[in-house]
Design a protein. Structure first.
Lengths: 493, 177
């Protein structure tokens, strides 16, 4: 027999005293031991609880951050700098909050993906899915407002981007912008507004929705792993499920719960590891709007939107930006109402699998392009990137003058030379083999094809020099493209 | 139940009506109270939207002499609707172009595409946007890229040797300057 510790006995007595009044013990035990289908004790089912773990870390670390953060436009940035550099382990606290948000977005996405591919949103779990969609939106909303809490340059101009998009709404655009900003302009009132959203409104909403989500999971029972050839038949689904639970059900705790705990533990370690290794994000430059030498970029998960806004043709932009998100959300919400019965296994749902593959391919490509942003001019290229020596060796004085103009007229901001420089326009390397002298002159003077006209910026002799230099830029051994007449003559021969 | 002497059915009916009335009264009163409570709760929140028509104000950008002819320079002005806790965000930048004939053009730094700050490049005579590659000519016209229009332009005037502009809100497509 184990020797009983006196402290343990006292603790047990205290526990019994509390529960005699509170009466929760029985309910908690019943909840923990609720039966689940044996197949559902699987690693796939640990994603939801891991998302909740991330949320817990965010709430806890957020509370601690609130003890240091000053939600005032004039002081927010300073208070974060102080927390990062002046408070012991302050940087780690900020890093944990930042990485927990990244993990939450990632794990939540995986969770949604698994539920979608398993067809677990079908009868009777339609409402569970819809609330899950709302949770996904609320999480993204708080990821965006979280970027604003840093209140650095990216945050300041990030709000500007939100404002510019909102301002495109017909009729109510301006009123909505003022409502969002708390005034006619980005400032102190704006940060207070986003602070309240980030710290009270959205987390409160998430908490409430999580309770509903969990209530539904417990009431309807967790879904079984899909089996090909066994479609959901709403008329008999509930009876079949309950009968199976009665015969084969295993208690959630501890048979399945240990996986949730192990996975959540790994997520916690992952958050801590990333936080310790990579540290917090920012804050970047101080939120001084007059410091316009900034290149605003959104956090990772908004890069696809950032890329899309650069690549869409202008006439498609407003409808896509304003209507597409609405349609996407409606489609997600309506999904379980449309496909509420039938096959659940992905092998029998080729369209669903195709949608996922196509969707994530598009997101992946947009993220990748968003990271390199080839449409953005390289603002420092004209002064920071030297002309390659090989491109000036053995050139005539006129051509050298042209090489100088390429730098001085800031052509390199958009055109790369030897792989260095902007990629907004085509690279100069080999331009001589693509365009004749006259075509180059015309392009420089009149622009076109997304290039501005430089007619007013260049004297005629400067154009001559510039084009003379560009004409020397071809691959070694390949001569420059001859004028049209010469080519016609060649064809005639 | 039926054996116990209770109030006669007539009294029961009276009681029900009475209870229903009190319930309706209570519900109505609480509902009305909640509704009226919305005024102080949401009023301040929404006020920023219905004060949307707040007229812009004239503010100083600096002495006329600080803008050489033939140049475009970054200047700033103090937001006329500032609050003390605005910090650095109270100073709003703008591009001031003084033409060779001495006349002015003042542009918002906000790209008309998505509001990023455009930069002036004197060598190429262009404003470039770092976000999505919007390009504008020196006079603010759209030159290339995704912007749907040219740069937003402030109204301006010269008073007593000082350049002033009419500003105070962030320009958008819905409400350009």
């Amino acid at each position: 027999m184990r020797p009983t510790l006196p402290g343990r006995a006292a603790l047990g007595a205290a526990g019994r005293w509390v529960d005699e009044r509170l009466g929760l013990r029985e309910a908690v035990v019943e909840l923990a031991r609720h039966p689940i289908p044996p197949g559902s004790a699987s690693w796939f089912y640990a994603l939801g609880s891991a998302t909740l773990t991330c949320f817990g870390v965010l709430v806890a670390s957020g509370l601690c951050l609130a003890l240091f953060y000053v939600p005032s436009a004039g002081d927010a940035w300073n208070s974060l700098e102080h927390l990062t550099y002046g408070v012991p382990l302050g940087w780690l606290l900020r890093a944990v909050h930042y990485w927990a948000s990244n993990f939450m977005v990632a794990v939540l996405t995986l969770h949604a993906l698994q539920v979608f591919l398993f067809g677990a949103y079908k009868y009777p779990r339609e409402l569970t899915w819809m609330i899950g969609v709302c949770l996904l939106l609320a999480t993204l909303a708080n990821a965006f407002t979280g970027q604003i809490m840093r209140f650095d340059q990216d945050a300041y101009w990030g709000i500007g981007i939100g404002v510019a998009i909102t301002g495109r709404l017909p009729e109510i655009g301006q009123q909505l912008v003022y409502l969002l900003l708390g005034g006619p302009i980005v400032g102190g009132r704006t940060l207070s507004r986003f602070f309240a959203l980030h710290v009270f409104v959205v987390p409160g909403l998430i908490g409430g929705l999580v309770l509903l989500h969990l209530r539904l999971v417990l009431r309807l029972g967790v879904s079984e792993p899909p089996v090909a050839g066994r479609p959901v038949d709403p008329d008999h689904e509930r009876a079949r499920y309950l009968e199976r639970l009665r015969r084969e059900g295993i208690p959630f705790f501890p048979d399945a719960a240990w996986r949730d705990m192990v996975f959540s533990g790994l997520v916690l370690l992952g958050i801590l590891g990333c936080a310790a290794l990579f540290g917090p994000k920012g804050p970047g430059g101080a939120p001084d709007p007059t410091q316009i030498h900034t290149v605003p970029r959104p956090d990772f998960y908004f890069l696809p939107v950032f890329a899309l806004l650069a690549l869409l043709p202008p006439w498609l932009e407003t409808p896509v930006v304003l209507i597409a998100p609405l349609l996407g959300v409606l489609a997600l919400l309506a999904l379980p109402l449309i496909a509420w019965r039938g096959e659940r296994h992905p092998a029998r749902r080729p369209v669903a699998v195709l949608v996922v593959v196509a969707g994530f391919t598009v997101l992946g490509i947009l993220t990748r392009v968003g990271m390199t942003a080839p449409w953005s001019p390289h603002m420092q290229a004209w002064s920071a990137d030297p002309t390659p020596v090989a491109d000036v060796r053995g050139r005539s004085p006129l051509e050298l003058q042209g090489a100088l103009l390429v730098q001085a007229k800031q052509c390199r901001n958009c055109h790369a030379l030897d792989g260095v420089g902007g990629r907004r326009g085509p690279a100069f390397d080999g331009v001589a083999t693509r365009l004749t002298r006259d075509e180059l002159v015309r392009q420089v003077l009149q622009g076109g094809g997304n290039m501005p006209a430089y007619g007013k910026q260049l004297e005629p002799d400067e154009v001559t020099a510039l084009v003379a230099f560009l004409r020397t830029l071809g691959p070694p051994g390949q001569s420059a493209r001859p004028p049209v007449e010469a080519r016609l003559r060649a064809v005639g021969d | 139940m039926s054996q116990t002497p209770g109030p006669d059915p007539g009294a029961e009916a009276t009681n029900t009506t009475r209870r229903r009335f009190l319930l309706a009264l209570g519900g109505g009163l609480a509902g009305l109270g909640a509704l009226v409570l919305l005024v102080p709760l949401l009023g301040p929140l929404l006020s920023s939207a219905w004060r949307a028509s707040v007229s812009l104000r004239w503010v100083s950008v600096g002495p006329v002499d600080s803008f050489p002819k033939g140049q475009t320079r970054l200047a700033s002005f103090r937001n006329p609707f500032t609050v003390p806790w605005d910090g650095q965000t109270a100073e709003i930048p703008c591009w001031v172009r003084r033409k060779d004939d001495g006349s002015f053009q003042i542009f918002s730094v906000h790209c008309s595409h998505l509001g990023c700050p455009v930069r002036w490049f004197a060598g190429s005579g262009l404003f470039l946007c770092p976000c999505h590659g919007g390009v504008y000519y020196a006079d603010g016209r759209r030159a290339a890229g995704p912007p749907p229009r040219g740069l937003y332009r402030y109204a301006h005037r010269v008073r007593g040797g000082t350049l002033q502009l009419r500003g105070g809100h962030v320009p958008t497509l819905a409400a350009p300057l």
